[in-house]
Design a protein around this ligand. Structure first.
Ligand SMILES: [Zn+2]
Length: 428
């Protein structure tokens, strides 16, 4: 009897899997529609506007996990069937623009930044919606809604530059793996071998770090060689400017160690023909710094002594949706978190809605918040300080990769494994 039940159960599971797969193939081609859009505004206002639509040849994302249940990020893209209004696809992400909105500059200036999302290429007309999270209610509100006809002459279907793509490790079908792509930044024509060697070295570093150690087979890893005219990157605060492929630089928002690039168009142009779920931009310099935005990109430097941990930390932001757990370093943000609401990141809490966070991982009877004393200082708990604030935000452990490059705490590890499961098209 038990065997029979198991068989029935297995048949049901298979049916659900086949059905989800059918949903993808009913509505989408196995390629991508890239949507470039501007976000413009200031500290109190933002608007979105389409810049270009592109058909691109690869869809590397999951084909069953089409609806994003994480509820992370500052933005969300939704794709609806035009006829039935059924939600077909959704995915959330962060942008650099939303960080800029919290800086002093945004109080006196209006700016416009380029962003991009890729969705599976629709077979019929769909409604695309881009929504932004309002920190007052933490809900997503529409910024832009438009019909997209997949046969439209306004979709660019052309090829872009064929850069050298190196397969660093291949473990299987891209829609069932995390496809991590390293991009070269600040490597000149005669430094391209160094770039591929650096990408291989970083791949090993990632899989030497728990929880990635147990998930090597869940990743395909690629590198895309991009030639820069000059080595390194901009250090604008010191008057240093380099002509590089992806226009990166330190001093983002005036912070010396904050290395980013606003040039999303060049980044997406570089990955147009490669399976890509996650981007890490490797910058050819030994200066300390980096950055990472959820489902956007992460960036770090190749040759600083602390590079290995910076890489894993920044990738924690961009891949895992993890918050910074530190609270004593300089940042340019004002009111980054609303303490009246629960932040969306899985590894910090304001205790407004802690049930949704790592409460289930805590032993019974543990005091919440947890005092940072001899008894608890090495345990999982709820310690005050995190998310750039020493008061009102709490972190899961005193030390973690997302604070000071210690091993990932259990809350962060669980969030990373969930994201791996999502991309591998498993239940998450
Ligand atoms: Zn952590």
């Amino acid at each position: 009897m038990k065997n029979k039940l198991s068989l029935v159960w297995l048949a049901c599971l298979l049916a659900v899997g086949v059905c989800a797969q059918d949903t993808f193939d009913t509505h989408f081609e196995r390629k991508s529609l890239r949507v470039d859009f501007a976000l413009s505004g200031n500290a109190t206002y933002q608007a979105a506007a389409i810049q270009q639509l592109r058909e691109e040849p690869v869809w590397a994302g999951p084909r069953k996990n089409l609806i994003d249940e994480f509820n992370y990020g500052g933005y969300h893209v939704y794709v609806y069937d035009k006829t039935t209004n059924e939600l077909l696809y959704s995915r959330s992400f962060n942008t650099l623009f939303e960080e800029w909105m919290t800086t002093d500059q945004a109080k006196t200036e209006v700016q416009s930044w380029t962003n991009t999302v890729s969705i599976p290429f629709p077979k019929k007309t769909v409604v695309l919606e881009i929504a932004a999270r309002d920190k007052k209610d933490m809900l997503f509100h529409p910024l832009l809604k438009m019909d997209i006809d997949p046969t439209s002459i306004f979709i660019d279907r052309g090829s872009l530059k064929n850069n050298q793509i190196t397969q660093i490790q291949y473990k299987g079908e891209s829609s069932e793996k995390v496809d991590l792509v390293f991009l070269a930044e600040g490597y000149t024509a005669d430094e391209q071998d160094k770039f591929v060697a650096d990408a291989r070295r970083f791949t090993e570093l990632l899989f030497q770090t728990a929880p990635y150690t147990d998930h090597r087979d869940d990743f395909n890893v690629w590198s895309v060689s991009l030639v820069s005219e000059e080595k390194g990157t901009d250090i604008s605060g010191k008057g240093i400017f380099r002509n590089t492929a992806l226009n990166s630089g330190y001093y983002t928002f005036g912070v010396d160690r904050y290395l980013t690039t606003p040039d999303m168009k060049s980044i997406r142009d570089a990955v147009w023909n490669v399976a890509c779920d996650a981007i890490f931009i490797l910058v050819n310099t030994d200066t300390y710094g980096g950055g990472g935005m959820y489902n956007f990109y992460a960036i770090g430097t190749a040759d600083n002594p602390r590079t290995p941990v910076v890489f894993v930390h920044e990738f924690g932001h961009s891949f895992g949706g993890l918050a910074d757990e530190y609270f004593s370093s300089e940042v340019a943000y004002n009111d980054f978190y609303n303490l009246e609401k629960e932040p969306w990141e899985p590894n910090i809490t304001t205790l407004v809605d802690f049930d949704k966070k790592w409460k289930d991982l805590l032993p019974a009877g543990l005091p919440v918040p947890t005092p940072l004393n001899e008894k608890y200082k090495n345990d999982l708990g709820v310690f005050e300080g995190g998310g750039y604030l020493s008061k009102g935000i709490y972190r899961p452990m005193d030390h973690c990769m997302m604070r000071d490059y210690a091993p990932f705490c259990p809350a962060c590890s669980r969030a990373i494994v969930k994201m791996i499961d999502f991309y591998c098209d498993r239940e998450y």
